[in-house]
Write a protein that binds this ligand. Structure first.
Ligand code: ZN
Length: 149
């Protein structure tokens, strides 16, 4: 993917080949499914939330490299965080991906900045945000299946 620098590309591919938290969380108390018909990406997010903290998170599904890497990084970034913090990370990530040129909140984003180059590829944006919208739906209890369309 031209435009993503080599380091970013490397991190992305690494997350794709070894996705973090790629498993069903048996004690999950919040789950949601997402689907991106444009690309065929499917994801199920499992969250175990205790006293406002994301105690555990996992994902399952199949999809392209961007969707898997983004889901993997999402689980890493919200695990152990408060629900409020997870929403903040969602907002920072969403702005970064959907608003090219937006001022980035690097403190909140951390390694997620790796995915910033995706905003140059409109067709891949939905791949990148799928797991995030699905996570948010699980958190907020919106039971309807999420589709990026
Ligand atoms: Zn995709």
């Amino acid at each position: 993917m031209p435009g993503l620098n080599d380091l970013y590309q490397e991190i992305l591919l690494e997350h794709n080949s070894k996705p973090r938290n790629f498993r069903e969380v048996e004690e999950a108390n919040k789950t949601s499914e997402g689907y991106n018909p444009l690309c065929g990406d499917q994801v199920t997010i499992y969250l175990k939330v205790i006293d406002g903290l994301i105690d555990d998170v996992g994902f399952q599904g199949s999809g392209c490299a961007i969707s898997r890497a983004s889901a993997s990084m999402m689980t890493q970034s919200i695990k152990g965080q408060s629900v409020e913090k997870a929403q903040e990370i969602f907002d920072a990530f969403h702005d970064m991906i959907t608003e090219p040129g937006a001022e980035l909140d690097y403190d909140t984003l951390g390694d997620l900045e790796t995915l910033s180059g995706v905003n140059a590829y409109p067709t891949r944006i939905k791949c990148a945000v799928l797991a995030w919208h699905t996570m948010k739906a699980a958190l907020t209890g919106d039971a309807d299946a999420i589709t990026t369309e």
